[in-house]
Design a protein around this ligand. Structure first.
Ligand code: PEP
Length: 253
């Protein structure tokens, strides 16, 4: 069975003190379930990764990066490689978050290279996919998700993809307070799982975890988690409030 997975994306928030304080509270107050009943991870800004990883080192709460670069080292000013992320204690890396696709301008090809580099470097990528509001209104959701998945995972074998987590994040629901209804989310998760079965095989599709993200809060987490193909939650804003994130973790168990 797929173990629930709750990941917090802190985006460009916190500072050196508040990042460690938040991590310590999450670790101590989720200690009874984290790792055993639910996979928990937080994704702080790059600059606080090392301090947060240290604060979490005795816990089962994992650390993820919000991004990665695909080259291993060299003249790539401002970029961070998989080996650097491993070196400071990361287990996961987000790839293709919608803010990177739509604000920074990342392409599907770049996202694909990042996923491949993450896997090659021993990280567990979380590949984010999802449509813009206009795309949903034009009934293009499945088309967009298909493109993100096929291009994002291009050239990767089933064995490699087995370490990837997919996060379905409708862009219109991120940071807007609008949440996809549990039924809307389930429909897309079901579509993604069937597509993965076609692209790879039934076993991979059954085992891979598909998270939902987009204005998840303690009061909508249970309905989302109650859907058959929603295996966890990628939480932005609410992951910055320890009480809210802890409540979401408890709901996911
Ligand atoms: C996210 O950043 O991945 C996200 C889902 O944000 P929010 O929960 O704030 O919508």
């Amino acid at each position: 069975m797929r173990k629930p997975f709750v990941a917090g994306n802190w985006k460009m928030n916190t500072d050196s003190n508040s990042s460690v304080e938040l991590a310590e509270r999450i670790a101590s107050e989720s200690a009874d379930v984290a790792g055993r009943d639910v996979t928990v991870a937080v994704c702080p800004p790059f600059i606080y990764l090392q301090a947060v990883a240290k604060a979490l080192s005795a816990s089962s709460v994992g650390v993820g990066a919000q991004d990665i670069y695909y080259e291993s080292k060299g003249a790539f000013t401002g970029e961070i490689s998989a080996s650097m992320l491993k070196d400071v204690g990361c287990t996961y890396c987000l790839c293709g978050h919608s803010e990177r696709r739509h604000i920074i301008g990342e392409t599907d090809d770049l996202v694909n290279k990042k996923v491949a580099a993450g896997i090659g470097g021993g990280l567990l990528p979380i590949l984010c996919v999802g449509e813009l509001r206009a795309e949903r209104e034009a009934s293009q959701t499945n088309e967009v998700v298909t493109r993100h998945l096929k291009k994002g995972l291009a050239g990767l074998s089933a064995e490699k993809v087995s370490v990837v987590t997919i996060a379905y994040e409708p862009v219109w629901a991120i940071g807007t307070g609008l949440t996809a209804t549990p039924q809307q989310a389930q429909e897309v998760h079901d579509f993604i799982r069937k597509l993965l079965a076609e692209m790879y095989d039934g076993q991979l599709a059954e085992e891979i975890r598909i998270l939902y993200g987009g204005s998840v809060k303690p009061d909508n987490a249970a309905d989302l988690m109650g859907q058959r193909d929603i295996d966890g939650l990628l939480v932005g804003g609410a992951s910055l409030k320890a009480d809210d994130f802890l409540a979401i973790i408890q709901v996911a168990v």
